[in-house]
Design a binder for this molecule. Structure first.
Ligand code: CP
Ligand code: NVA
Length: 319
């Protein structure tokens, strides 16, 4: 008999960022297929498959959340399992208990871990020490579950992903980075319009190009030029969680990057508008656009649930 942590029966599939998932497992197409199938069945019959019956997801949050928390919790309920919300004060990650110890303990109790953190390194460390799959529920670096649900939404609207153009207008942040990676993986062109100093790090773009040499990426400062041939116009808050001290400076710097009626007039008439939410109406996006006929933001939000179900079905449900 061997004492200590035994190896998990199946190789665990951590979902830390889009690029690493695409590189290490090639599972991203499969994830979208499973998510779309589960959604279709749920829509048609109102029923779910008990793929996670008796299983538990631990959800660690260092930051607030509406969509990520609720969609994972509902996803586990739909799949017949349970989810536990763990607030930062409860664990004291890195203060009351080290990240490796928390990962070891939680993965002894639960079948998968999901974490929303400030530092991306915290999620990487959880994955390193957890014997169960770890999911990135947003870090300062990336938001892969958002980007994959977004690909699902674009696929549903356009019938395919390859050769579409997604123009991201705003801060080159965690959401932009994951979208950029997802566009490379699924063959979309990616345009980024941001003020100088707020673009994606060239090293992150280079890392993607090393894997996807034909990735069509362009960055500029002019939002009108970026949306000129866009099929999708995407924006996010100018002030991410943890940047509250920079709010006034950022609002001034990004003022001309608002997604409004004037910007839409510079885009093709068929272009759809997306936002990961929460939206700061009147800042990065106007009411007119958010509530207008080209907005698909609430379908996009709903797909957070359907993608999480696909992800969990693959990670712990044997799909
Ligand atoms: N888009 C998103 O992740 O929303 P929450 O911050 O509410 O989870
Ligand atoms: N960029 C935003 C996304 C919120 C879902 C943030 O990190 O706060």
């Amino acid at each position: 008999m061997t004492l200590g942590n035994s190896a998990p029966e199946r190789r665990k599939f951590d979902f830390i960022d889009v690029l690493s998932a695409a590189k290490s497992t090639g599972k991203l197409n499969h994830l979208l297929t499973v998510a779309l199938r589960l959604k279709e069945r749920y829509r048609a019959t109102g029923r779910n498959e008990p793929l996670a019956a008796g299983k538990t997801l631990a959800m660690i949050f260092e930051k607030p959340s509406l969509r990520t928390r609720v969609s994972f919790e509902v996803a586990m309920q739909h799949l017949g399992g349970a989810a536990l919300y763990i607030s930062p004060a409860e664990i004291g990650l890195g203060t009351r208990e080290s990240v490796p110890d928390a990962a070891r303990v939680l993965s002894g109790f639960c079948d998968a871990l999901m974490a929303r953190t400030f530092a991306h390194a915290t999620i990487e460390q959880l994955a390193q020490y957890s014997s169960r799959p770890v999911i990135n529920g947003l870090s300062d670096h990336s938001h892969p579950c958002q980007a994959m649900a977004d690909m699902m939404t674009v696929q549903e609207h356009f019938g395919a992903l390859r050769h579409l153009t997604l123009a991201y207008v705003g801060d080159g942040n965690n959401v932009a980075r994951s979208l950029m990676q997802a566009c490379a993986v699924f063959g979309l062109k990616f345009r980024l319009a941001a003020p100088e100093g707020y673009h994606l790090n060239p090293a992150d773009v280079q890392a993607v190009r090393q894997v996807y040499a034909d990735f069509d990426f362009a960055a500029e400062t002019d939002p009108r030029a970026a949306v000129r041939s866009a099929d999708v116009i995407y924006t996010d808050t100018w002030v991410s969680m943890g940047q509250e001290d920079e709010k006034a400076a950022r609002q001034a710097r990004f003022a001309s990057y608002q997604v409004n009626g004037d910007l839409l007039a510079a885009a093709p008439a068929h272009a759809k508008v997306m936002h990961c939410l929460p939206a700061y109406r009147g800042a990065e996006i106007t009411d007119e656009v958010m509530d207008g006929p080209r907005s698909i933001v609430f379908e996009q939000a709903e797909n957070r649930l359907h993608f999480q179900k696909g992800l969990l079905a693959v990670q712990i449900g044997g799909q």
